[in-house]
Design a protein around this ligand. Structure first.
Ligand SMILES: Cc1cc2nc3c(=O)[nH]c(=O)nc-3n(C[C@H](O)[C@H](O)[C@H](O)COP(=O)(O)OP(=O)(O)OC[C@H]3O[C@@H](n4cnc5c(N)ncnc54)[C@H](O)[C@@H]3O)c2cc1C
Length: 214
């Protein structure tokens, strides 16, 4: 399982960029994620295929740890949340720098973490990567962190909203796993409530309760 999440799961990311090539999943929860990303970027350069990655922090951390303990190999997961964050940003930064030199390469920043989105926007600006170039995509789950997705979309960034669907008995456990894993979602829900409340007060103050888009 560790190899499956840290290695690049070719063609299995649920995301397909517009250029042919491998589109892979990178999950920096494992400690060797940075080595994997540099290796794959190098392979893409040498073999001439188009690099694309969906970058997630990684799920199923507890299962990974249980499996490592059961089988008796070293725990592959970063020791702390902070270590996972540092690894995510290190991998992301490396990929963004690659994008600067390789205009066909692409990345999806699949995260509900506001700091990660801010980090991406700042590095894009510093590196001169523009939303219209369609090299950097963002991804969030439907109903989660809309306060991140909508402004990004309005500002011209390509944003994917994942729509989990299927039999209730399968979708509910999936959503509850996501809610448990995503500390960002809990913070996000709270933030979303704050923002909605602010907007309501603003409309009451200005006497314009109904929004009529132009
Ligand atoms: C659009 C989208 C697509 C996704 N697709 C996939 C997918 O294909 N495969 C997949 O596996 N996951 C996928 N995920 C889930 C993803 O891997 C994360 O679990 C989830 O997004 C939470 O991370 P975050 O960056 O949003 O937020 P945050 O809340 O900032 O990060 C939470 C994550 O930090 C890590 N973490 C938390 N505590 C610790 C700790 N003590 N030690 C080490 N690490 C820790 C875990 O990875 C946890 O999921 C997807 C998420 C999104 C938004």
């Amino acid at each position: 399982m560790a190899a499956g999440t840290s290695t690049w799961a070719s063609g299995d990311t649920g995301w397909r960029g517009p250029h042919p090539g491998r589109h892979q999943l990178l999950a920096p929860v494992p400690q060797d994620a940075y080595d994997n990303v540099t290796l794959d970027v190098e392979l893409a350069r040498r073999e001439g295929w188009c690099f694309g990655a969906k970058l997630v922090r990684g799920a199923y951390m507890a299962q990974e740890r249980t499996r490592a303990a059961e089988i008796g190999y070293e725990d592959p997961i970063n020791p702390t949340y902070e270590a996972t964050n540092a690894m995510y940003h290190r991998c992301l930064n490396y990929v963004l720098e690659e994008l600067k030199h390789n205009t066909k390469a692409k990345v999806m920043v699949a995260s509900h973490n506001e700091d990660t989105v801010r980090f991406t926007l700042r590095r894009m600006e510093e590196l001169g990567l523009y939303p219209a170039d369609r090299q950097v995509y963002f991804g969030q789950l439907l109903g989660m962190c809309d306060q991140i997705s909508f402004p990004l979309g309005q500002a011209g960034f390509p944003v994917y909203k994942y729509v989990p669907y299927g039999p209730v008995m399968e979708v509910l456990p999936y959503l509850s796993r996501r809610a448990l894993e995503n500390s960002g979602v809990v913070k996000g829900a709270w933030r979303e409530r704050q923002l909605l409340w602010q907007e309501l007060k603003r409309r009451l103050r200005t006497g314009r309760l109904c929004h009529r888009p132009a």
